[in-house]
Design a protein around this ligand. Structure first.
Ligand code: FA5
Length: 337
């Protein structure tokens, strides 16, 4: 019996087969248990001899099973390790990394540039009151210049802001007419414009405002020139054209030359070789007065630029709609490594 059991232990090929051997020989219904159970029927002399023998055999088989089990487990572990080996020489799988949207990058670039010139960053609401969007900017109800910025109204008194200029009025209003202001405000604006290559019904603006004693038009011109050169490089030309905004007097519009497409048949520059990127001017005395400043003592300049147009010009993007349609092939071109 012992030899037979030990042979079977040796022959067991896996843990399951070994378990079967254990049950067969050492289990409750196995031959050894049976022998031990029948001890009562043996004579007094036979009992210790047979008992000792049965126990020895049981121990031998149990030891053999234990040894075999350890061996089988070791083999199984080795097999598993072999199967799960990692080949460290295989090339890694590339991780797809996102990046900021081109428009976000441009706005951040503009912010950095103005922070470098000492401007603070301010924010204002996109749902604006008629008062701040128009009236505080010298555009009373019924003023014909309101038509320049066709608006999305929510109620009679609330609208989606048509420009970032209301943040000028909000910022000045908090200063009690005494402290100087030097701020920019980036943000989204909305107009009922028909979408085309250079116009969108929702776009971005960055407003700028500087109010202090003795601020002059030449300060505005110098700062715009510095901005343009830092943003586009010294080779670009700028031109200021007289313009009209009710909240500035005098008012100008600034164009930048289109070097990317030479202006020839180019949709950004409409063949003229120039693209308008901002409106600006000296803050109108009425606007200063409404915000609590004495226009005899204080003066200021303001500007509002379109980052989409700036990005188009800087990177040769030929249609403003690329910024909003989220075509990954377009966006990827501008991800910095
Ligand atoms: C204004 O919105 C004035 N608030 C700017 C200003 C501020 C003037 C402070 C004086 C003082 P305008 O409507 O021209 O002005 O727009 C300013 C800039 O926004 C434009 O030069 C252009 O770059 C951009 N822009 C205007 N309309 C659109 C549009 N539909 N899509 C994309 N960009 C636009």
């Amino acid at each position: 019996l012992q030899t037979e059991a030990l042979n079977q232990v040796e022959a067991a090929e896996d843990v399951k087969a070994l378990q079967d051997v254990r049950v067969a020989y050492l289990g409750k219904k196995g031959p050894i248990t049976e022998v031990l159970r029948g001890m009562g029927k043996l004579s007094k002399e036979e009992r210790p001899v047979i008992g000792q023998l049965a126990n020895d055999i049981r121990e031998d088989i149990a030891n053999a099973i234990q040894e075999k089990q350890e061996k089988l487990e070791e083999v199984a572990l080795e097999k598993q390790l072999e199967e799960e080996t990692i080949d460290v020489t295989l090339p890694g799988r590339p991780v797809k990394v996102g990046g900021p949207h081109l428009l976000t990058s441009i706005v951040e670039e503009i912010e950095d540039l103005f922070i470098g010139m000492g401007f603070e960053i301010k924010e204002g609401p996109e749902v604006e009151t008629d008062y701040y969007n128009f009236e505080a900017l010298n555009l009373p109800k019924g003023h014909p210049a309101r038509d320049m910025q066709d608006s999305f109204y929510i109620t009679e008194e609330l609208l989606l802001r048509t420009h970032t200029s209301p943040v000028q009025a909000r910022t000045m209003g908090k200063k009690d007419g005494k402290e100087p202001v030097k701020m920019i405000c980036p943000g989204k604006v909305y107009r009922r414009d028909t979408d085309d290559a250079t116009h969108s019904h929702q776009f971005t603006q960055v407003e700028g405002l500087l109010v202090d004693k003795h601020v002059r038009m030449s300060d505005l011109k110098g700062m715009l020139d510095k901005f343009a050169k830092q943003m586009f490089g010294d080779e670009r030309e700028i031109r200021l054209r007289p313009s009209f905004f009710p909240f500035t007097e005098p008012s100008v519009e600034m164009d930048i030359s289109c070097k990317v497409c030479n202006g020839e048949g180019c949709s950004i520059c409409k063949g003229t070789g120039w693209i308008e990127i901002l409106g600006a001017g000296m803050v109108h005395p009425n606007v200063l007065e409404m915000a609590g400043y004495d226009p005899e003592e204080y003066s200021g300049f303001a500007f509002g630029m379109g980052p989409e147009r700036i990005a188009m010009l800087k990177y040769g993007v030929d249609d403003i709609r690329h910024f909003y349609t989220n075509d990954i092939r377009f966006l990827k071109q501008y991800h910095k490594a």
